[in-house]
Every structure is written in C-alpha cells, then in structure tokens.
Design a protein around this ligand. Structure first.
Ligand code: ZN
Length: 144
C-alpha cells in the first residue's frame, strides 16, 4: 500500500462505492453511481488520492476538484429535469474526500430537504437498469 492509500478506508480498499457502479474517471476523481438510486442520477465523485480535508490539497488541486464537481453537476442537468443540483462534501462516515452530486428533480418528493433527511426505501437498480443508467451518464459526462 503506497502513501496515497490508507488502511481501514473503504474507498482506498475499493469496498465503496460499488465497483460495478463505476461511471468513469475524471482528472482527480472517479465517478460512481450511488448504490441507492431513490434520487435518480445520484453520483459520488471520489478523490483518487487519500485526503480527508480540502485544506490538505494544493490550491491547484482544489480548483481542479471544484471543476470536476461542477462538470458532473452541469452534465447531470443534461440528463434529468433538474430543479437544483446538490453538491455535498461531508465525510463523517467515510472521511476520504468524496462529493455527493445529487440532481434534485422537478418531481422530487421533498425538494426543500437535504437527501439525508428524506425517509425512503433504498432503490437498487436491476442489472439491466444499472447498465442503462451508466450508459446514460457516461454519455453525459463524456467519459468512458
Ligand atoms: Zn482513502
């Protein structure tokens, strides 16, 4: 394990996000479809390198990271009828820097609430629906 990975980190150990939900790689980040698709298009953008706070990055890396978060959000608006893009960096459960980029759709059941406080049954896509959604997002993100 090199110095850019860390033991007991779900992301460095490739335990999360789910490998079969991989959308594609950007410059500093890897994009995955979140395993719960109750909010359609919910994407997780994982920093390739193990860092836990924005201030640990160089100014250039922070700028590039924000470009990638912005790009994903913008491209999600090309796929879905979006009311608002939520971009969240929390890390309370998994400290390794990862952004949740969540398109909140026109049809969102609770548009005024953060996704975390919307009670719902998790939506797991079938293999067929997962493949279709990944294809859709890869096209929108222009990554393969
Ligand atoms: Zn890590």
């Amino acid at each position: 394990m090199d110095d850019q990975t860390q033991k007991n980190c779900k992301i460095c150990e490739k335990a999360w996000p789910l490998a079969n939900h991989f959308i594609g790689a950007l410059g500093l980040t890897d994009a995955y479809l979140f395993e719960d698709q109750f909010f359609p298009g919910w994407t997780v953008l994982v920093l390739k390198e193990h860092q836990t706070e924005l201030f640990q990055l160089t100014q250039g890396e922070r700028g590039q990271l924000m470009e990638e978060v912005s790009l994903v959000g913008e491209n999600l608006t090309q796929v879905y009828s979006v009311r608002k893009i939520n971009s969240e960096l929390l890390g309370n459960q998994v400290p390794h820097i990862h952004w949740h980029v969540v398109p909140r759709l026109i049809a969102d059941p609770a548009p005024l609430k953060p996704v975390w406080s919307v009670s719902h049954e998790p939506v797991r896509l079938t293999d067929k629906d997962l493949a279709e959604r990944l294809r859709l997002l890869r096209g929108a993100l222009r990554i393969s």
